[in-house]
Design a protein around this ligand. Structure first.
Ligand SMILES: [Ca+2]
Ligand SMILES: [Ca+2]
Ligand SMILES: [Cu+2]
Length: 326
């Protein structure tokens, strides 16, 4: 691991530690990967200052407390404003969210409509659709949260959302440059280290990790910084605008970017849909829907663009607290 250039020491005592948060000792690290998807390139050095990070994903129980205290209404529960969606059919403008449904057999994997549907009445309280509820899901990660919902929760909790660099640094757990959050092997000792998908996505889920969908927080080993479920379970929102690649490595150590904050908002629009100007944030960590035959994004370097107005059954978040002056 490379901690040369660390800019902050750990707190003098653990007495001041915020509840269920881990201290992430900042430093220089190698961000990105050359060996996987093109948007993860190039590997380049980045410096992040120290911060506190939630050890667990934000749960339904925690999100409920926020909603009770503030009467907050999530994006998926609001009726879409037609002005935001020019050309959309009126019958498509209803409150809802994206839900995964497993097809009964093999399908054309280039058509995500075979397993994703925008479901009326799906929201954080009804994760599988209007007839579902949160009963028994108190300790599961909250899902169907759009970016603004994660931001609102963080502000209420006196916290913030991480940048992509902060998130990736934390996910690496001190194993600088490693492929996985736990080392070089996907299944060390034949053990599944995160809630992902085993079998042929999207129709065959062998559930070898014990979970068909999301899992309660903390069911898989923590990483080197004491963080759970960074990889798998649900994707996590970061504050960075997405761009399909990273800046090049700094030519000299002096010029390594400190606390980089991603691309410009305008750069994050989807080039395949030029008429739609909905900016996209970087998601990190992969989810229970990441499978070897389809989406190998169960790695710290992996990233995915998510429009800010999109909520789904496999995206959640966790928060951080930046150290004062950091
Ligand atoms: Ca699983
Ligand atoms: Ca995760
Ligand atoms: Cu994936």
């Amino acid at each position: 691991m490379s901690n040369a250039g660390a800019v902050s020491t750990s707190p003098s005592s653990s007495a001041g530690a915020p509840a269920e948060m881990a201290w992430i000792p900042g430093g220089v690290f190698r961000m990105g990967s050359e060996r996987h998807y093109p948007e993860e390139r190039p590997v380049h050095r980045a410096l992040v200052d120290s911060f506190w990070m939630d050890r667990y994903l934000v749960t339904n129980e925690q999100f409920s407390r926020f909603v009770e205290a503030t009467s907050y209404v999530t994006f998926a529960e609001r009726l879409p404003d037609p002005a935001d969606y020019p050309g959309a059919l009126p019958e498509m403008l209803y409150a809802g969210s994206m839900v995964f449904t497993k097809p009964t057999g093999p399908v054309d994997r280039s058509q995500i409509g075979h397993w994703w549907s925008y479901m009326k009445g799906a929201d954080w309280r009804h994760p599988y659709g209007p007839s579902s509820s949160l009963a028994g899901l108190e300790r599961y990660p909250v899902v169907h949260v759009a970016y603004c919902d994660a931001e609102a929760y963080a502000a209420w909790a006196g916290k913030e959302l991480p940048t992509e660099a902060e998130w990736e640094f934390a996910a690496r757990g001190g194993l600088d440059g490693a492929t996985y959050a736990w080392g070089e092997e996907f299944m060390p000792g034949a053990k599944l280290m995160a809630n992902t998908w085993q079998g042929e996505f999207p129709w065959q889920n062998r559930v070898e990790d014990g979970y068909e969908g999301t899992s309660p927080i903390g069911q898989f080993p923590e990483n080197g910084y004491g963080l759970f479920d960074m990889i798998g379970n649900v994707w996590e929102w970061t504050t960075d605008w997405y761009h399909p690649g990273h800046e090049g490595d700094a030519p000299k150590a002096c010029c390594v970017p400190r606390n980089p904050r991603g691309a410009a908002r305008e750069a994050s629009y989807d080039p395949r849909q030029p008429e739609i100007k909905i900016p996209r944030k970087v998601l990190k960590g992969g989810s229970h829907l990441c499978a070897p035959n389809y989406c190998r994004r169960y790695r710290p370097a992996a990233r995915f663009p998510e429009p800010v107005d999109t909520s789904t059954c496999h995206v959640g978040f966790r928060c951080i607290i930046r150290s004062p002056g950091g």
